[in-house]
Design a protein around this ligand. Structure first.
Ligand SMILES: Nc1ncnc2c1ncn2[C@@H]1O[C@H](COP(=O)(O)OP(=O)(O)OP(=O)(O)O)[C@@H](O)[C@H]1O
Length: 307
């Protein structure tokens, strides 16, 4: 498998503290890769390392098959980035900002400006200075600026931060379209699990500077296994009956009165009947699903998925 970005034991130390520790991540061409992690987890620092804004203390980065060095100007031209908030000359219009950016980047196809503004749904804002833009419009302008030079890779640090639900949806749809229709590989960070779930093909979970796990979203969804949860008067006795009478071993006594059964072939009826015959009182019995939140919390806490 060839990767568009691969890091090897990437480490960054600030003032004697490792804020990024031995991160080896793998971004495939054509995918949306989401960094998921709480504030201060190290997402921005990794993105700054990948975009050559800061140097690693240890480890290295490969982008487009080349090892990143301080001389990697050509590699950097192939990516568009927004790290932290996009900053603009606020008194200029969107068109003027993109024009200036094209000059700066030595990109001559200025016909693209209209097209890109249309793509990010900002054509209507022509003539308006950026200081009058909403946060969502500014984010979209930031993305327009990042994609106008037709990069193969887009790196976006928390692009939905501070947006309202409709603004979030607009950015999400835009990024999905850029990935699908234009084949742009996207590395995006967020601390919002529900957002990553909706957009990312692969998720890299970052916690305390470490990449705890890198997983395909399709696999994550598969592992949200259904289970039966029961509240009973005597958990220990119920557990004994499950094993002894029904040969169920795949269960967990969560608390004294709560049992979870991860056995797809056995019905709630069969279980209820067996327990009632032995005078165990069932206060509640229902089918449950492991939420995505449970799944990631367990990953972060170093636990295994229950199954
Ligand atoms: N220039 C710096 N000097 C010292 N420490 C830094 C510096 N930049 C970041 N850090 C520290 O590194 C850790 C990771 O920060 P980083 O900004 O990468 O996290 P993050 O996951 O992007 O979080 P956030 O969403 O809050 O930006 C934090 O503890 C932060 O205080």
């Amino acid at each position: 498998m060839t990767y568009l970005i691969r890091t090897n034991r990437l480490t960054k130390v600030y003032g004697g503290k490792e804020v990024v520790s031995e991160v080896s991540m793998h971004v495939k061409k054509g995918e949306i890769y989401g960094f998921l992690g709480s504030n201060g987890a190290g997402k921005t620092t990794i993105m700054k390392l990948i975009t050559n804004l800061i140097k690693p203390t240890n480890g290295y980065i490969e982008i487009f098959g080349e090892t990143l060095t301080h001389k990697s100007y050509e590699v950097l031209k192939r990516m568009g980035t927004i790290i932290e908030y996009p900053i603009f000359h606020e008194n200029l219009t969107a068109k003027e900002i993109l024009d200036l950016h094209c000059e700066y980047m030595g990109y001559y196809d200025k016909k693209e400006i209209e097209k890109v503004l249309d793509l990010v749904n900002l054509s209507h804002a022509e003539g308006k200075p950026v200081e009058d833009f909403s946060l969502g419009m500014k984010q979209r302008l930031g993305i327009a600026r990042a994609i106008i030079t037709k990069p193969e890779l887009l790196i976006l640090d928390e692009p939905i931060n501070g947006l309202d639900p409709s603004g979030i949806k607009e950015i999400r749809d835009l990024l999905k379209m850029l990935c699908k229709e234009y084949g742009i590989t996207i590395l995006i960070s967020s601390h919002i699990l529900g957002e990553m779930e909706q957009i990312a093909d692969t998720i890299g979970v970052i916690h305390n500077g470490r990449l705890i796990s890198e997983l395909a979203m399709s696999d994550v969804k598969l592992s949200q296994i259904d289970y039966i949860e029961m509240i009973v008067d005597d958990g220990k006795k119920a557990a004994f009956i499950l094993e002894d009478k029904l040969a169920i071993v795949n269960y967990k006594l969560v608390e004294d009165h709560c049992i979870r059964i991860y056995e797809s072939k056995i019905t709630q009826n069969t279980i209820s009947k067996a327990l009632m015959e032995q005078n165990v009182e069932i206060k509640e019995i229902s089918m449950k699903k492991n939420s995505l939140e449970d799944y990631f919390l367990k990953l972060i806490n170093g636990g295994e998925m229950s199954a």
